[in-house]
Design a protein around this ligand. Structure first.
Ligand SMILES: [Zn+2]
Length: 429
């Protein structure tokens, strides 16, 4: 039996309250309003430690591994680099999930949407005719929920020659092979409730013969930046926080699958008994970050997309309306919106019901689960709003500071919400 009702009443009570702290028995207990200045607000202090430069530097670092496609050396090198970065920002208790990924060989179907021409130099990337142009009106193409208005074609580029940048082509030459995979996480241990945690995730693998900047370097860098800030020596949280960089998202969330399969039954178990240590704190919520930066509006009638960010750009917080935890996930989404309304510097946040197609779906029937994105997953990304999605255009040079700043605002949203939910303090206050 799936829950589909009873959203509205709780929405009205949750959505209008500004601050939340953990209660004695779990998440999402509203806190009384605090009568104090901004200088005494630990959440404001933490948000001020996020900067555009730091976010961009972390994201740029990820581009050295090309598209970080799973099953390649560049993917393994990226996992190693991420682990070293987490340790460098004092999230030193890194661990790995190890699993096997052995898919049957692919059908070598037609290569789609690459723009490549055999026998000549590849065409330069062109944002005005990005992925094949107009398909039609009103949802007659693939992907997601109902789409109104025009939609553009989407698809995964598999053609090396479609990438015009020789350096990036060379980074991405190796094809995946079956076998062992790993993914890394680290944990901020809570002071009073170390046996409970929020999981903050993003997927570090990408594909499309590019630098996987937006999908999903933008979410990976966000999670790594939050790991830096929450693990600063003067920061404490009552509740634990896990920072997880999933692998194999692009093949069907196989890395998140492996995590849930291996860790679900260990929740809340003290090990060794009497040690006060909980290798898998009980899950209070899962917050995924997947594609944070591109919000340039709908395709035009001819299938082209604007080079400029749209004036309505926002952070989309989504829960899954047909999941077992739909009502609890919606409440969590509105806690995040309330935090965004208070702490985001440049962009608002909006809540929607169509999370789908990212690692948090593996958690959505177990624990309150949401995703943060640049666009609504079904109507926008699925409708071709993002010409960089899985294409040679997902490279550093495509994005402007407007785009990077939208990613930064998503980081502000999650940082402030999690600060409140975990009872964070800075310097003992
Ligand atoms: Zn993604």
């Amino acid at each position: 039996m799936r829950k589909r009702t009873l959203f509205v009443a709780s929405l009205l009570t949750v959505g209008l309250t500004g601050a939340f702290v953990p209660g004695a028995s779990g998440a999402l207990t509203p806190a009384p309003a605090r009568a104090q200045g901004a200088q005494d607000d630990p959440t404001q202090t933490l948000v001020s430690r996020l900067t555009l430069d730091n976010y961009k530097t972390m994201l740029k670092g990820l581009t050295q591994f090309g598209d970080r496609r799973q099953g390649t050396q560049r993917n393994r090198d990226a996992v190693d680099w991420i682990e070293a970065q987490l340790q460098a920002v004092s999230c030193t208790n890194t661990e790995r999930i190890v699993y096997q990924y052995n898919p049957a060989p692919r059908n070598p179907g037609p290569v789609r949407n690459t723009g490549a021409r055999r026998g000549g130099p590849p065409p330069p990337p062109d944002l005005t005719t990005p992925t094949g142009g107009l398909v039609g009106r009103n949802g007659n193409g693939p992907g997601g929920s109902s789409v109104y208005g025009y939609r553009a074609r989407t698809g995964v580029n598999r053609d090396l020659d479609a990438q015009p940048d020789e350096r990036i082509r060379n980074l991405n030459r190796e094809e995946p092979v079956n076998g062992e995979r790993s993914e890394v996480y680290c944990t901020k241990i809570g002071t009073t409730r170390p046996n409970e945690m929020y999981i903050i995730g993003a997927h570090m693998d990408g594909h499309g013969v590019n630098e996987a900047v937006n999908d999903d370097g933008s979410g990976t860098a966000l999670v790594m930046e939050l790991a830096r800030i929450f693990n600063a020596p003067d920061v404490e949280t009552e509740v634990s926080i896990r920072f997880a960089l999933w692998n194999n998202e692009e093949t069907g969330t196989n890395g998140a699958d492996a995590y849930v399969a291996q860790r679900r039954d260990l929740q809340g178990v003290e090990s060794p008994a009497g040690s006060g240590r909980y290798p898998e704190p009980t899950w209070l919520g899962m917050i995924q970050h997947d594609m944070m930066m591109w919000d340039h509006g709908a395709p035009r009638q001819d299938g082209t997309v604007s080079r400029d960010q749209r004036p309505e750009a926002d952070v989309n917080i989504e829960f899954q309306s047909d999941s077992e935890m739909a009502e609890e996930s919606m409440k969590l989404a509105f806690v995040f919106k309330a935090a965004a309304d208070t702490y985001n510097t440049d962009y608002p946040a909006a809540v929607g019901p169509h999370m789908t197609n990212t690692d948090s779906r593996r958690f959505q029937d177990i624990v309150p689960s949401i995703s943060l994105r640049e666009n609504e997953r079904g109507a926008h990304t699925g409708g071709g709003w993002n010409p960089t999605w899985h294409t040679p255009l997902d490279v550093w040079t495509t994005f402007t500071d407007d785009d990077f700043r939208l990613g930064l605002n998503a980081a502000q949203t999650t940082l402030s919400a999690i600060s409140q939910l975990t009872g964070a303090t800075v310097g003992g206050r």
